[in-house]
Design a binder for this molecule. Structure first.
Ligand code: PGA
Length: 247
């Protein structure tokens, strides 16, 4: 595991974008595992900027997103499909047919989970999986629990997550209670993993994930078992780790 310490969010974003762009340059048809949330926004902005300058080409790139709220249409501004369009896809030359996100409108959970697992399989697996981390150390919507969920599943979001995500909605009641998420096995099968974190709110989750026991109660702790993980985090997110002299 490599830990890159950055001084702030902007430097974290540039470093993460550098790692992703290296992948796209070396393998133009790479499969990018993508994430939503506030943390990746700066990296997406940087990649868009490099694309506009002519330094990056996404015409052959494929993508597969981690998760989607159940019940939201892609046209819903709160959906992750909409987020990806607005914040990344529509600004670059990735082909719409090469982008994949769970279908929030599919009510048959088994059908959607099977479909999404086979999408990942048919793409030949994920070359680099970008991850944020929840305050409760979730990755994707793999919430703390008694066991690691392996593949795509429908998850009931924890109160922690509903509360954290309510900032994007007009009220807590509007936050969907269920989501489709790829599982820990899908994530762990990615050839490379890039986890990004910024701000003191993530310090505890990051410390427990990187240096604590590996347990489904701290979903990101499983990453300690992956042989190609890069952590790019700013000083605030790393504060507890730095304080304990672990870095
Ligand atoms: P954030 O979310 O980037 O909005 O902090 C991260 C996550 O919940 O995975």
């Amino acid at each position: 595991m490599r830990i890159y310490k950055t001084k702030d969010y902007n430097e974290m974003s540039r470093k993460a974008a550098n790692i992703i762009s290296a992948q796209v340059i070396m393998k133009p048809d790479a499969v990018l595992g993508l994430a939503t949330g506030s943390t990746p926004l700066g990296a997406y902005r940087q990649l868009i900027d490099w694309y506009k300058k002519g330094d990056l080409d996404f015409s052959e790139t494929r993508s597969v997103n981690l998760d989607e709220y159940k019940g939201l249409a892609p046209s819903d501004p709160q959906s992750y499909a909409y987020f990806m369009q607005e914040n990344f896809f529509r600004h670059i030359n990735i082909k719409p047919e090469n982008t994949n996100i769970p279908n929030g409108l599919e009510t048959d959970e088994n059908l959607e989970c099977r479909r999404y697992n086979s999408v990942i399989k048919q793409l030949g697996g994920i070359d680099i999986q970008l991850l944020g981390i929840g305050n409760n150390a979730h990755i994707g919507f793999n919430e703390p629990g008694e066991a690691f969920e392996k593949e795509t599943h429908c998850v009931r979001l924890t109160e922690d997550t509903i509360q954290a995500n309510s900032r994007f909605f007009s009220s807590m009641d509007e936050v969907p209670r269920y989501a489709y998420s790829t599982g820990i096995k899908n994530i762990m099968q990615a050839r490379n993993i890039l986890l990004i974190a910024s701000g003191t709110a993530k310090a505890q989750a990051l410390y427990r994930s990187l240096f604590g026991p590996i347990t489904p109660l701290v979903p990101a702790s499983i990453l300690q078992l992956h042989s190609n993980v890069s952590i790019v985090a700013d000083e605030e997110a790393l504060s507890l780790i730095l304080e304990k002299g672990l870095l």
